[in-house]
Design a protein around this ligand. Structure first.
Ligand code: PMP
Length: 433
């Protein structure tokens, strides 16, 4: 199942129509029909701060509190008084906005401070901030990869990596080759095949992986992949969007989790997960960052992050230092929930804060979501074409702020829904193969 590359919803609704209205109508008709049947679990309106219990407007306009299992705000930082205080102080000092891109008047001392703090967290020499994690991925690929280079990437990488490849391929003749998810033997065979060839003396091999895979919640085998890259002289990029703030005792990410200070050339991260904000970053050696600051179009031609975001992430990093128990609680909660769900017979998994709950290919996942909605459980479903047809699943995101009562209520709802739709009792389905 992937995860980005195959996501081409528009293709399912292709028409020969030549007018704008004609082109969009088949999807619009499908969507309206789905909404009328009450199966609306996309873009629901949230009317309170996002935490363990979140107020949400239902389709009929009524507002109710739901148990939130669908937010990346893993640590509950969005409502932390220190984070809010940091934002207020920054507003008083710097005003509401920044005046442009980082090279042209959009760099404040607070942005610089955040770069330094993130470098320390990642064990890197320098860090640059991007408008989003998505942009960070476009930014490095498109700038660092040259003709004749080879990019070997995990099949489960995020859509932004796929889009970075497409953007780069539009102007550079390089090879992008996918290895089977977390299959280090496959990666090694590809490294052997593509190592600097005699006829390609300038070839550089890049390897791209994620710290915590966003749809499956499993970790990269970092020591192994890093050793392979060292052996074959490949540059390693790890996108740790879902590991930063979550993995490692201090939330440093999968590097800290595996006790590895070196061995990754480029770290990509996002503020849209554990930090509960929006924005991205890239950490690497001073030389790599100097180069990207002046050569990456995704960096040069886009305004710097808002001061409020920078202040909130700085505040979040300070909270992590003062209250590392938040990370402990997050993992305790995830462990508790996953254990109970697999005990009930659901096909599930946990290494970080993302818990996929696989659904049989013949289950109507939208109906399942409607039942959870009726139960007051807010969760996300991942359906075709975001993943393959037999990869459809519910995707739970656990938070440090969930109480035992929240989790027990959610588990009870899972048991009821599981029985109602027959996913549990009497099912011969053994999970995805
Ligand atoms: N990389 C990964 C692995 C992700 O999961 C995501 C977000 N889903 C991104 C990048 C994009 O991050 P952002 O939301 O900051 O654009």
């Amino acid at each position: 199942s992937n995860h980005g590359e195959n996501f081409a919803l528009a293709e399912l609704f292709n028409t020969d129509a030549t007018t704008l209205q004609g082109r969009v109508k088949p999807f619009s008709d499908f969507y309206r029909d789905t909404v009328e049947k009450g199966m609306v679990h996309y873009s629901r309106e949230i009317v309170s701060a996002v935490s363990n219990r979140t107020r949400v407007r239902a389709a009929d306009g009524t507002i109710r509190e739901m148990i939130m299992l669908g937010s990346n705000n893993y640590l509950g930082l969005t409502t932390h008084p220190h984070v809010i205080g940091r934002i207020k102080d920054a507003l008083d000092t710097f005003g509401a906005g920044v005046g442009g891109p980082p090279l042209l008047g959009g760099m404040t001392e607070l942005h610089r401070l955040l770069e330094k703090r993130l470098s320390r967290m990642k064990g890197a020499e320098d860090t640059m901030l991007f408008g989003s994690g998505y942009q960070a991925n476009l930014g490095w690929i498109n700038t660092l990869i040259r003709a004749d280079d080879v990019l070997l990437y995990d099949a489960y990488n995020h859509a932004s990596l796929y889009d970075g490849i497409a953007l780069t391929a539009a102007k550079t003749k390089f090879s992008a080759i996918r290895f089977a998810h977390n299959d280090m033997d496959h990666l090694e065979r590809l490294l052997q095949r593509y190592r600097k060839a005699e006829d390609r003396p300038n070839r550089q091999i890049f390897v791209a992986a994620e710290g915590v895979y966003s749809m499956d919640g499993d970790l990269v085998p970092l020591p192994r992949i890093s050793a392979l890259c060292a052996t074959y002289g490949a540059v390693l990029m790890v996108d740790d969007a879902h590991g930063t703030g979550v993995m490692g005792r201090h939330g440093g990410g999968v590097g800290e989790h595996f006790g590895m200070k070196d061995g990754v050339d480029i770290w990509v991260g996002s503020f849209s997960k554990a930090f509960g904000m929006t924005g991205g970053f890239l950490s690497a050696s001073r030389e790599v960052i100097d180069y990207l600051r002046f050569c990456s179009r995704a960096y040069i031609f886009s305004a710097h992050l808002p001061i409020t975001t920078v202040a909130a992430v700085l505040g979040g990093l300070e909270v992590l230092e003062r209250e590392p128990e938040r990370i402990v609680r997050l993992h305790e909660n995830a462990r508790y929930l996953e254990k109970a769900l697999s005990g009930l017979g659901f096909k599930t998994f946990r290494e970080a804060a993302i818990i996929p709950v696989h659904m049989p290919p013949d289950a109507n996942i939208r109906e399942v979501c409607k039942l959870f909605d009726d139960e007051g459980i807010f969760l996300n479903s991942i359906e075709y074409p975001a993943v393959s047809k037999d990869g459809q699943r519910l995707r739970l995101s656990v938070m440090a702020t969930h109480t035992p009562q929240d989790l027990d209520e959610a588990i009870a709802a899972f048991e009821r829904v599981g029985r109602t739709v027959g996913i549990l009792a009497g099912s011969s389905w053994r999970g995805p193969q």
